[in-house]
Write a protein that binds this ligand. Structure first.
Ligand code: DAK
Length: 261
């Protein structure tokens, strides 16, 4: 792979978009390599994924403007589909994906971060959907996910005005969960991932599915989605172990890692 690196640290996978000369902008090759990388993640051995960008300046500065500048209508739709397929794959990836946003998250960069389950960022992060300034709409789900995350009023203000916001404002409006110094960001992302990885993996996956699928359903149907996933946990060894451990009054016993079974 030319533009993506993958590292495995225990139960945590780290995917880095590595095209720093173009501020990690998403061209077709980056999108294809991202898709291959996620498809190759071993879901038995991995319990959380961190997505970040190489360098200290940019997470992802958007879709590649050079590549997009000459697209025809048909090619534009194909490029949009390629990105949307990858972003949807991340959004519905069976295990949680944390975006560690280490700088610019503009256009497609803001959009890919919004496909992740959780966003944390560094103090120098900048978020925005500048597309209308380029004569296009956001094309990788920005109009949909930003409005769902921060509410339609704030999303419309950002998108219509092509207004970029800094990390503190992103935190204030709920676009990111926390802001750290550049030096602390990856350490905090790993801590967050480890905190997820120590819990029962099948239950965590079921929670992701329940939240995502439930948000797209009416409450009466959403509750049924949760009921089914809750019920399915009782067929796992991890549920039996987790509850037996709680009920065991032997305080000296050390909790074993969940088996993912
Ligand atoms: N694409 C390509 N190259 C980029 C880039 C981008 N988005 N952003 C930066 N670069 C490149 C620059 O061209 C420059 O390359 P060289 O000149 O060195 O070869 C290098 O990265 C460093 O950038 P700067 O020299 O500009 O660095 P500065 O610190 O001065 O400025 C900046 C940083 C992030 C403020 C600035 O680079 C910038 O404004 N970049 C563009 C940000 C942007 O507008 N992003 C949104 C892109 S639009 C769709 C599918 C997808 C989309 C839309 C529709 N369909 C098909 C439906 C998505 C659209 C977008 O994401």
């Amino acid at each position: 792979m030319e533009f993506i690196t993958y590292e495995q640290e225990g139960f945590v996978g780290i995917v880095t978009i590595n095209r720093p000369k173009a501020l990690n902008a998403l061209n077709s090759q980056v999108l294809e390599e991202l898709q291959e990388t996620f498809q190759a993640i071993d879901l038995e051995a991995t319990r959380a994924v961190i997505l970040t960008g190489a360098g200290e300046k940019s997470f992802v500065a958007g879709a590649d403007i050079g590549e997009m500048s000459t697209l025809t209508k048909k090619e534009g739709e194909a490029f949009g589909k390629k990105g949307n397929d990858v972003f949807r794959m991340i959004e519905t990836f069976p295990i949680p994906v944390i975006a560690a946003i280490n700088g610019f998250a503009l256009g497609g960069g803001c959009e890919i971060s919004m496909s992740c389950d959780i966003r944390i960022c560094s103090e120098n992060a900048v978020f925005g959907q500048p597309e209308v300034g380029l004569g296009i709409t956001p094309g990788f789900g920005g109009t949909q996910r930003l409005a769902r995350l921060v509410g339609p009023g704030m999303a419309k203000q950002m998108i219509y005005g092509a207004r970029n916001i800094k990390a503190d404002e992103a935190y204030r409006i709920g676009l990111v969960n926390a802001v750290y110094s550049q030096e602390e960001l990856m350490m905090e992302a790993k801590k967050l991932a480890a905190g997820i990885a120590k819990n029962a993996p099948i239950a965590v996956r079921a929670c992701k599915k329940a939240i995502n699928d439930g948000l797209e359903a009416k409450m009466e149907d959403a509750i049924v989605i949760e009921e089914k996933l809750f019920g399915s946990c009782f067929e796992t060894e991890d549920q039996k172990y987790g509850m037996a451990f709680f009920l065991d009054k032997n305080k000296d016993k050390v909790k074993e890692p969940f088996q993912n079974k």
